[in-house]
Design a protein around this ligand. Sequence first.
Ligand SMILES: [Zn+2]
Length: 307
Amino acid sequence: MDRRNFLRTMGTAAAVAAVSSTELGAVTLGKDKKKKAPAAETGLRVRFLGTGAADWKGPDDRGEYRRLSSVLLDNRILIDFTPTDADMLPEGCKPECIFYTHSHADHYNPEALLNLGVPTAYLGKTWISKAWKGFADASAKTGVPVPEIVPLAIGETVVCGDIAITALPANHAIDATEQALIYLIEKGPTRILYATDTGGIMGVAARIAGIDPHVKKGTPITGLIMEATMGMGDKGDEDYRLFTHSSVNTVHRTVKMLLRRERLLLKDGESVYLTHLARTLHPTQAELDANLPAPLKAAYDGLEVVF
Ligand SMILES: [Zn+2]
């Protein structure tokens, strides 16, 4: 069976499962750039399962805790997942697929995914061999079969029912060959960029997403979730992770430009959400809430936003 036929077949199976388990209705899973996701009746529900960077190993001496960064879309699609996030899933939630941003252990944990029984994993084609090996090892250990692993190219769109997800390049170093990904998530008129881990937004990513103001005709995003690993102020900007992560100022600058150029359209009072916050580089949630410049808001574990 070729990959397209396989995906169509998978789509039918996923549709049956989804109709009985969620209110979101028919699901067809396939990959086709021309195929548009049907108009949405409701917004996109994003649940933050974890909002921390890799340096969170448990509650800190301030009594705060952030799990490793992960989100759940409409109760059925994961982006990244580690064992730390499992307790933040809604009860009985059985995600139908996962999109990995990259292979760092604070985002990718094959054993955790097998334990959750997720049947399909999408990830960058540049690390497909590493993923095959990782999942084969985890399968041998757990006795759970390896999920279908689908490689993604830059610019490739996967349609999962009424949600379309496009792989975009991230500015994040892993090794000489792996290209990390961020994702554009589209549901009806909602267009959200989920950008972690990445140092700023790469020009190619902005261009594919339609938000690069160099190009006269664009398509604005309506929401942004972006990493701010490195913290606030000059200290954040001058952190040694500069080549591969973002600071609060990086995000703020990006947001101000996108708003001015109308490539980010926020509803009144809507926030841009910060995630992947480093334990050692950020104050408490209360201090972030008090000090972050609007429209930036620090996400926290368990926060649900309907975009
Ligand atoms: Zn990383």
